[in-house]
Design a protein around this ligand. Structure first.
Ligand code: ADP
Ligand code: LRH
Length: 483
């Protein structure tokens, strides 16, 4: 039996969990949970890195004796260190507008087909490559660290970047499984010196999930000396997919939180033109797997509505949505205007007017619109993934915070026409501790064994498709046109 701690930083909240992992045991206990989100300073959206670090230490101090700790977080964002190892500035939030128009500039230098052939990544305006191309690289930048790697560096003094998160930068060669020297040399960064590109030296060596990063520095952190910090699938979605409680290979998943990550697990990336045109990503997973998925905008839209309304009674909003008339108003949740923080109810109204629909009149109707529109986007994404990967799906696993949303789970089953199995809620933390436990010697030889342990220790809720499939066909052609 191993006792480990998981630091899991989602885009809307962070938490530190303590877990016991052993034969037939997988028990998670929350030590603390803290707010996370964008902080605007002089017009730029940042992450509050020191608040996160402080909160992580607060949580870890409550853990008691542990055999190891692992860190996962949202992807794509990074911190830059100078040669002395000092963080040069607070990491910028991926929703910041500094990347507006940058993708187009980069694509005029590196054609989209070249980029996809190397990285297999979905075009998202905030991918690390575009963030780096958006700004002058500080002259004293010596090292780029992804967010979990930065925290691991603060805890241990060790430098490196974990592979699953590196795979989200669009500077990683998904076939060679290493940084792409070619792309790094071609990035048209404003700060590029004579021959353009980014300096290769800022990209540290890659780590594998399961590698021991180092030991906690006790003096600074106040933690017990010698605790090993273990690399996990440090991209939160990589860790979450480890904990999908699938029984066989014919499954799809939605990692449902701030984002909805909708897709399949494959043995190898799909780098075809069809996959590129459908804007599917091939993110690196634990044990060499590929996450073939698309980012759907997710519960972010609802979170922002709640912030604007000043209404944190999600239960009541979901009750009102359940009572609101179905298919009244539908939007494409992936429309670019939903990416940045702001007045989502007003943006939804605008979208409705622009598409000839009467804007929703009540909060319940707005929430219904968001949830039905998400379910529709899931259906479209899932069908496209299956067609491209030529894979049958007999169950759709919904994991993460959004798996608690009963209305959304039912709508998802209805829209996709497949049974939904909902749970576990804390999938990222579970994937994190499972990979640590294996690294520490627990007999969990492969993903199948880890998933069997999740299945036998967590109860899932099943939603069978209901209603008329024709309603969803009609809804799909209303929003996306007939294909
Ligand atoms: P992230 O990891 O991106 O921060 P989470 O996986 O924590 O996100 O999921 C957060 C989302 O889960 C919230 O936006 C909310 O919509 C949903 N959620 C959380 N608790 C509940 C609940 N009790 N019922 C329904 N939905 C919930
Ligand atoms: C989810 C997530 C997702 C990324 C996004 C930036 O938290 O890591 O997989 O695309 O954040």
């Amino acid at each position: 039996m191993k006792r480990v701690a998981a630091v899991d930083l989602g885009a809307s909240s962070g938490r530190v969990m303590c877990a016991e992992v052993g034969p037939s045991v997988l028990q998670l206990r929350e030590l603390n949970r803290f707010w996370n989100g964008p902080v605007r300073v002089h017009g730029t959206l940042h992450w509050d890195m020191l608040h996160l670090y402080r909160s992580v230490l607060d949580g870890l101090q409550l853990a008691g004796p542990i055999d190891g700790l692992g860190i996962d977080s949202w992807a794509v964002d990074y911190g830059l260190l100078d040669r002395a190892g000092r963080l040069l500035s607070n990491p910028v939030h991926y929703r910041d507008s500094r990347t507006d128009g940058v993708m187009e500039r980069v694509l005029s230098v590196i054609p989209a087909a070249d980029l996809y052939a190397v990285t297999g990544l979905q075009q998202l305006p905030f991918n690390t490559i575009y963030q780096l191309a958006a700004e002058e690289l500080p002259a004293d930048a010596a090292t780029l660290l992804m967010i979990p790697d930065l925290l691991a560096y603060w805890l241990t003094g060790e430098i490196g970047v974990e592979r699953t998160n590196a795979s989200t930068t669009q500077l990683y060669d998904v076939t060679a499984r290493d940084w792409s020297d070619e792309l790094i040399a071609r990035v048209p960064a404003p700060g590029a010196r004579s021959n353009g590109g980014l300096p290769r030296r800022i990209f540290p060596r890659l780590r594998e999930p399961g590698d021991v990063i180092g030991s906690v520095l006790p003096d600074e952190t106040g933690l017990a000396p010698g605790i090993p910090v273990i690399a996990v699938g440090s991209h939160d979605t990589a860790s979450a997919v480890v904990a999908v409680p699938a029984e066989n290979e014919l499954f799809a998943y939605i990692s449902s939180g701030t984002w909805s990550l909708v897709g399949l697990e494959l043995d190898a990336p799909v780098l075809t033109d069809e996959a590129r045109r459908a804007n599917f990503t091939n993110e690196g997973g634990v044990d060499g797997t590929t996450r073939f998925l698309r980012n759907v905008m997710g519960l972010w839209i609802l979170q922002e509505c709640q912030r604007i309304w000043g209404d944190d009674d999600l239960e009541e909003l979901l009750r009102a949505a359940a009572d609101a008339p179905p298919f009244a108003v539908l939007i494409d949740p992936d429309a670019p205007e939903f990416l940045a923080p702001g007045n989502m109810p007003a943006r939804i109204d605008e979208r409705c007017r622009a598409s000839g629909q009467e804007p929703p009149r009540s909060r319940g109707a707005v929430v219904r619109c968001i949830l039905e529109s998400l379910a529709l986007a899931y259906r479209r994404t899932l069908r496209t993934a299956q067609a491209i990967a030529d894979q049958e799906v007999d169950v759709l696993h919904v994991i993460g915070g959004g798996s608690q949303n009963e209305l959304l789970c039912q709508l998802t089953a209805d829209a996709c026409g497949v049974p939904v199995l909902a749970g576990p809620v804390e999938a990222s933390a579970l994937g994190n501790v499972l990979v640590q436990a294996r690294a520490l010697g627990e007999p969990l030889p492969d993903l199948g064994a880890m998933r069997a342990l999740v299945r036998s220790t967590h109860s899932l809720r099943r939603y069978d498709p209901q209603g008329k499939p024709a309603d969803w066909d009609a809804a799909e052609s209303r929003v996306f046109g007939t294909r």
